[in-house]
Unconditional design. Structure first.
Length: 118
């Protein structure tokens, strides 16, 4: 089982990044997919989640209207489009797979660092 995030990096405030998470080794299409993040000195928090077919989506209040989660079940990949980035979005972003929309995480990725700074 593998979840591999990519697309992180350094971006200026107001900029955009698109994170990708490539899954392998499990039945991607039957798992809810989520993005979490953990900022330095803070607990890990849920950023966004998307149901199996993409019809149900939720976002943390702090990213609503700026971030968009999507998935490509044909290619076992989930994305996080991040626009209007702020310094407080700086964190390690993790991809995760869960068995239910509100259920516990089954698989975790290792994370990708996003730094928003001028």
């Amino acid at each position: 089982v593998s979840l591999v995030e990519s697309g992180g990096g350094l971006v200026q405030p107001g900029g955009s990044l698109r994170l990708s998470c490539a899954a392998s080794g499990f039945a991607f299409g039957v798992y809810v997919m989520r993005w979490y993040r953990q900022a330095p000195g803070k607990e890990r928090e849920l950023v966004a989640g998307i149901s199996l077919g993409g019809s149900r989506i939720n976002y943390a209040d702090s990213v609503k209207g700026r971030f968009t989660i999507s998935r490509d079940n044909a290619n076992d990949t989930v994305y996080l489009q991040m626009n209007s980035l702020k310094p407080e979005d700086t964190a390690v972003y993790y991809c995760a797979a869960a068995g239910g929309f509100s259920g516990p995480v089954t698989y975790w990725g290792k994370g990708t660092l996003v730094t928003v700074s001028s």
